[in-house]
Design a protein around this ligand. Structure first.
Ligand code: PAF
Length: 281
């Protein structure tokens, strides 16, 4: 694996690859890599000639500075995992390299409704920061395919919208959620959970299964009430949302309609750790 810290060095290398007609897949990450990230790398390796992973803990997408400070940094292990997975290129830029003119966003992305709900409502500014960094990374890497995990369901919709707004050529490939045998969705935040919390956190997955099994049988309000109880009984302290939405638009729905593809989404805190998960129903 070749590691690049400078944009100019990366671009010189990519130019050569493009002249050789190599196709390029890109998986942007914030490090603290786990099986979920590696599944993005594997998916890319199946589709393209060259796979690039970036590790950049983007300061502009953290609406809570404590969350940013506590974000796990495990760079040596990340490099080890990427080498083992035979990733071709790691891009590891500094904040200055990504934001040479400062971190301030010059113009907001017009993301519309999608930014106002769920994660957007609970983490104001988060998606503007995500768009800012992914836009910049796409400008630098110019991949053919962009690999993103389904776990951040709303993020994928937001990034697709940004790609449309900015006319990037990259096509987004959504990689299914990687789950531990317990059902817990792989996440860098899981590193901050104790073993006991990890076990209790599987209540999110069980809740999603409960929603899937009861979606056509119970009123949504009843389902959400029961799920809130399930989570609280598993020692989740705070629930940001339990929503059942139109899977294409993310519009929250109140009753079952078999003609609409649905997705259930949950965000809740166990200890100080905020977890999100979702399931297509
Ligand atoms: O999902 C993430 O890890 C981040 O939001 C991303 C897409 C790498 C942008 O910083």
């Amino acid at each position: 694996m070749i590691l690049f810290k400078r944009i100019s060095d990366l671009q010189t290398h990519l130019q050569k690859l493009r002249q050789e007609n190599k196709t390029i897949g890109f998986a942007p990450t914030m490090g603290a890599l786990h099986e979920g990230h590696l599944s993005l790398i594997k998916a890319s390796q199946e589709e393209v000639d060259i796979t690039i992973c970036s590790i950049f803990v983007n300061p502009t997408q953290f609406n809570d500075s404590k969350d940013f400070e506590k974000y796990p940094i495990t760079i040596d292990n990340d490099i080890y995992l990427l080498e083992k997975q035979r990733c071709d290129i790691l891009f590891l830029p500094s904040v200055n390299e990504i934001y040479p003119n400062g971190k301030e966003l010059k113009q907001l992305y017009d993301l519309g409704f999608i930014e106002s709900i769920l994660e957007g409502a609970f983490r104001p500014g988060h998606f503007q920061g995500v768009c800012q960094v992914v836009d910049r990374l796409l400008e630098i890497v110019q991949p053919d395919l962009l690999f993103m995990g389904q776990k951040d369901y709303q993020q994928i919709m937001v990034v697709k919208k940004m790609i449309e707004l900015k006319n990037h050529k990259a096509k987004v490939i959504v990689v299914p959620i990687f789950r531990e045998p317990s059902g817990l969705a792989s996440s860098s935040r899981n590193m901050r959970l104790t073993n006991d919390e990890k076990e209790k956190a599987t209540a999110i997955y069980q809740s999603l299964i409960f929603i899937k099994e009861n979606i056509s049988r119970l009123f949504f309000v009843e389902i959400k009430q029961q799920v809130a109880e399930m989570l609280m009984n598993s020692e989740f302290q705070k629930i940001d949302y339990i929503e059942i939405c139109n899977a294409e638009t993310l519009e929250p729905l109140e009753k079952y309609d078999k003609t609409i593809k649905l997705v259930a989404l949950i965000a809740a805190f166990i200890g100080e750790v905020r977890l999100i998960d979702n399931m297509i129903l």
